[in-house]
Write a protein that binds this ligand. Sequence first.
Ligand SMILES: NC(=O)c1ccc[n+]([C@@H]2O[C@H](COP(=O)([O-])OP(=O)(O)OC[C@H]3O[C@@H](n4cnc5c(N)ncnc54)[C@H](O)[C@@H]3O)[C@@H](O)[C@H]2O)c1
Length: 386
Amino acid sequence: MDVYGPPRVALIGVHGYGQVHLDGLLRLAGAGAVRVAGLADPRPPAPESLARVRALPGGADVPVLAHAAELLERVRPDVTIVSTPIHTHLALARPALAAGSHLFVEKPPTASMAQFRALSAEVEAAGKVCQVGFQSFGSHALAHAARLVADGALGPLRGVGVHGAWVRERAYFARAAWAGRMEIDGEPVTDGALTNAFAHATASALRVAGVPADADVDVELQRYRVASPEGDDTASARLTVGGIPIVVAVSLCAAEHRMPVIVVHGEHGRLELEYTTDTLTGTLADGSPATAPAGRTVLLDNLVAHLGDPAVPLLAPLSSCAPFMHLLEAVRRDGPARHLPATAITEVDGRPVVRDADALVRRCAEQLALFSELNFPAPGSGKPLS
Ligand SMILES: NC(=O)c1ccc[n+]([C@@H]2O[C@H](COP(=O)([O-])OP(=O)(O)OC[C@H]3O[C@@H](n4cnc5c(N)ncnc54)[C@H](O)[C@@H]3O)[C@@H](O)[C@H]2O)c1
């Protein structure tokens, strides 16, 4: 790293979620904590975004290129943010490492376990660090919930349930060629409700449960699609680690949008963590109410702080994603999701909606049950559409 100034950070992928990274990068650059090394995207940045980069001290000279490899070779950044479609992460991380860069890779880090192992090995061989965009790992409420579980404040852990019911319009699946795809040209993409939209839910639940990076994770899956072209948009999964079940039940085809919740079931207490708002409620084994500190540490800020002082722990290192990757790999191997029977679906505002999706996913999280254990889809409701 350049010892004469703050780290130079490049951003690969400036639209979509890349806009959030660009905002974070400009905020840190404005505070003098980083310098913008360059941007790469085959689609040029919006004029107003470019104007904000150009307005930075030295911003007139920041390269903005279509090709990531060309940018990386030219500017050799200290840190590269990869915020591009899932199946491009590994291919873009490689030239960044070759250019001597640390990484910030969006979630899910890769499209398969084989790619995850390759990336882990290559990051280690390069002597670099890799932060992954599971932003809830910066949540103070999540860290507090994990501490309560580890300290036995709920009594022995019985299991963790997650319920999520969101509304995604058809446009969500049409927004990009990779949206809702399991593969493109024979290469894994592994996009779906479990592996992408609700990836934070599973990764956060695993972290609250204290599942270590090297744990054996057994995965059961029941994946369906209503609006998605291949991947699941309505699914239940049970990850079992050391006999403890972690159930994730989610749908992108709900009638109304609800906050997803991680429900921690202890023998003598219970927590509910709204991981998108960092809200923790519940009752501990001693009868006292659970409370948690507010706020979260932004992961890019944490990466920069870690590079400046290795005593600052990285909050979402690549290794911490290993338990989550067992779910992703099981989904990849499972292939395209099954269609739901027509009787399980209704239509709201011209959009297909899974009947009672919100109640269903809540019951799964409460009872640590898969869909079929709650008779969904209802027996005798006909063969799945296919
Ligand atoms: N952390 C979160 O909460 C969160 C939220 C949404 C998306 N994501 C993740 O962010 C990533 C990007 O998702 P998205 O919805 O923004 O995708 P997207 O399809 O909108 O693509 C983002 C940008 O990457 C660019 N791009 C594609 N290939 C590229 C390449 N080879 N080189 C340079 N740029 C390239 C595209 O032109 C686009 O501008 C995914 O991994 C997604 O899962 C994370």
